[in-house]
Design a binder for this molecule. Sequence first.
Ligand SMILES: Cc1cc2nc3c(=O)[nH]c(=O)nc-3n(C[C@H](O)[C@H](O)[C@H](O)COP(=O)(O)O)c2cc1C
Length: 159
Amino acid sequence: MSMDTREFRRALGCFATGITVITARDAAGMPVGLTANSFNSVSLDPPLVLWSLSLYSNNLAAFQNCSHWAVNVLAADQQALSQRFAQTEGNRFGGLDFSEGLGGAPLLEGCCARFECRNETHYAGGDHLIFLGEVERYERFERPPLLYFGGRYRQLGTD
Ligand SMILES: Cc1cc2nc3c(=O)[nH]c(=O)nc-3n(C[C@H](O)[C@H](O)[C@H](O)COP(=O)(O)O)c2cc1C
């Protein structure tokens, strides 16, 4: 079956998600991170989560080799942060307020939740690599989430 990529993307966009910024430290100790909506829960016991990273990402080696990565679940008022971490130009961490999590993975301020994960396994997934992580620490904050649906940012209870 040959597939129209644009139509396929539009169909996938019917699945509403939250937005995360996934962070780590590269081999040189520099913070790395990107916006991802492929995050999902996998298992409660043991506590496992997953997300997928494009094989074309500049951050591929950093995430393959780090000991831990952190999932920062963005709050409704963090759309600018989502855009910042989806752009290739500019220093994504410049002037940003963050603390160090397990393995030095940056923890962003103002999120809904943060999951600090041991970089457990990777699986080949076509043009992406699927990362499975074991959650070693997490935090939850009482803030509404930023949502993504139909290729647009949304908020709970609006549009
Ligand atoms: C809403 C949204 C969701 C995204 N989700 C993912 C994702 O799950 N996996 C991924 O590899 N890239 C995803 N991207 C693209 C990355 O954020 C980023 O643009 C890309 O990784 C290029 O930067 P890099 O080469 O520094 O990684 C998403 C972008 C947006 C705007």
